[in-house]
Design a protein around this ligand. Structure first.
Ligand code: MN3
Length: 252
């Protein structure tokens, strides 16, 4: 929107200065406006990628659906550009290396630090599927069932868990993720990873099955929140669908 504003101010300035010199307003040769306004992003279902081993998982809501907390432009760029970028690079790399028969989870478990590009692209694909899939314009505000019990057992309360996740998100230096995971022994834990690393991968702070992931890359929040990562994370709770997280916990 800032660009539109500046373009309008600039056009207005030119119009005024030209008019004041009694000259005809001619083509002022503005560069074409290549940005999108809120109304012309199209739909997430318009986005297509080249066929490959791993499919594009559709965004389960429109770009503006979470706009109160996560702005439309961020959602568009995040899904249509960042996410599809990881997916296309992943599919290309998997095809080149002949790694056709692995679930994405197995691929992550086999992506050591000695394969940084596979680690980045496979993580970028998996992490964003998890992230987009857990948000909703009509979220369940509370966990339920087994997850709720486990939260009380392992953190005392939901607000303690949220605080732990906020701390992890705030203390992740640079780009990365904050996670709620289920460890191999069935407990809940909070951890964080660098870049597109993921708790299923080797050589991370703590291993486990991801249940909830908070993207703290600047591309996830900077347009609206600038340097205030903490505000983004606090608002993230307003779009997190705890029902999705509760269901993930129940999966084997
Ligand atoms: Mn991201």
């Amino acid at each position: 929107m800032k660009k539109v504003f500046y373009a309008m101010v600039f056009a207005g300035f030119l119009a005024t200065s030209c008019a004041s010199r009694h000259t005809q307003i001619v083509d002022i040769n503005n560069p074409p406006l290549t940005h999108h306004t809120e109304s012309n992003y199209g739909k997430p279902s318009d986005i297509k990628v080249q066929n490959g081993v791993y499919p594009l998982i559709p965004l389960p809501y429109q770009y503006d659906a979470l706009n109160r907390y996560i702005d439309t432009q961020t959602m568009y760029t995040h899904f249509a550009k960042h996410y599809t970028g990881y997916l296309e690079k992943l599919n290309k790399e998997v095809a080149e290396k002949g790694l056709h028969n692995q679930t994405i989870e197995t691929l992550l478990m086999n992506s050591g630090k000695n394969m940084p590009s596979l680690r980045n692209n496979a993580g970028g694909y998996y992490n964003h599927n998890l992230y987009f899939g857990q948000m909703s314009p009509t979220p369940s505000p509370q966990p339920s069932g087994n997850l709720l019990e486990a939260i009380h057992r392992d953190f005392g309360s939901l607000s303690n868990l949220k605080e732990k996740l906020q701390e992890a998100a705030a203390s992740q230096f640079g780009s990365g993720w904050a996670w709620l995971i289920r460890t191999a022994d069935g407990h809940l834990a909070v951890t964080k990873t660098l870049n597109q690393d993921n708790p299923l991968m080797p050589e991370v702070e703590m291993n486990g099955t991801p249940l909830l992931g908070i993207d703290v890359w600047e591309h996830a929040y900077y347009l609206r929140y600038q340097n205030k990562r903490g505000d983004y994370v606090k608002n993230f709770w307003n779009v997190l669908d705890w029902e999705v997280v509760s269901q993930r916990f129940d999966r084997p």
